[in-house]
Design a protein around this ligand. Structure first.
Ligand code: MG
Length: 278
């Protein structure tokens, strides 16, 4: 079945819709069939929407221009990244204004102070794991030794993704979540269990932030079950939607095959499966 057929029939059940981007609305630089029609129909009906991304390395303006270039008009304030979720998480955990030792690239962060000098790490409230390419050895060793001395302090990992596909080589690149798990595993060998706070999909922080943003921007107070999440990843989009109580809808235009969708169990099982948007 096509998602648009479902949406045209069932949109009245929902107070908002949350979209994944890659594999759902676009494939690389081009829009997927029906994406423009769907976004147009959601906007014309005045239904609140937002786009969730685990990419914390690009600004919302950059993510927005990426979608606009693919022919899908959007506004920067409609994008919610794992890094934006840090705002809500900082408030909930009393991190606001405190200094964290930063590993890798972290875009723009306003709610925390960042420390880059390993010599000053002991003054930090915790460590935050960024993305991008960087010389890992110095910062990883500083972080590992920091957590050996202060195992109770938090390790914030905005992007929980283990890896992402490298479009050039066809292989995979190790994501921030994969790097954090290396540090976690290493410390476990020393008998230390880290307090890790993952913020992006499928973890709750990004969803709590999305609900807050929908309330703030549109003045709506929906139950999670009145929101629909459309995405292409069982582990990220569907698991996150199910865990947060949203209605989960999978499209098979990205990284999930029909067989994988049928075999999915528990939190990974989508409530609806669609071949494509249109
Ligand atoms: Mg995706």
């Amino acid at each position: 079945m096509k998602f648009l057929e479902f949406w045209n029939r069932e949109a009245h059940r929902f107070k908002g819709i949350v979209f994944d981007i890659d594999g759902t609305l676009v494939c690389g630089p081009r829009q997927l069939p029906g994406a423009a029609e769907l976004l147009g129909s959601v906007r014309a009906a005045g239904i609140p929407l937002c786009f969730l991304t685990n990419d914390g390395d690009h600004t919302m303006e950059q993510k927005c221009s990426f979608l606009c270039r693919a022919g899908l008009p959007a506004r920067p304030e409609e994008f919610i990244s794992c890094l934006a979720a840090l705002d809500t998480a900082a408030e909930e955990n009393d991190w606001r204004g405190r200094t964290f030792f930063a590993i890798g690239s972290l875009g723009t962060i306003r709610c925390l102070q960042l420390e880059r000098d390993p010599g000053c790490i002991d003054h930090c409230a915790g460590v935050i794991m960024g993305e991008g390419r960087y010389d890992w050895r110095g910062s990883w060793e500083a972080a590992v030794n920091f957590f050996r001395r202060h195992p109770e302090r938090p390790f914030i990992v905005p992007n929980p993704d283990l890896c992402w596909p490298d479009p050039v080589s066809g292989g995979i690149c190790i994501g921030a979540g994969g790097q954090a798990r290396c540090i976690e595993h290493l410390l476990r060998e020393f008998g230390i269990e880290l307090r890790i706070f993952y913020l992006g999909k499928p973890y709750p922080a990004i969803y709590r932030h999305a609900f807050r943003e929908l309330e703030r921007r549109f003045g709506i107070h929906p139950e999670p079950s009145e929101l629909l999440m459309l995405g292409d990843s069982l582990a990220s989009d569907i698991r996150g939607a199910n865990r947060s109580g949203m209605v989960s809808a999978l499209v098979l235009t990205g990284i999930t095959s029909q067989e994988q969708a049928l075999a999915a169990r528990g939190d990974f099982r989508p409530q609806y499966v669609f071949d494509s948007i249109n």
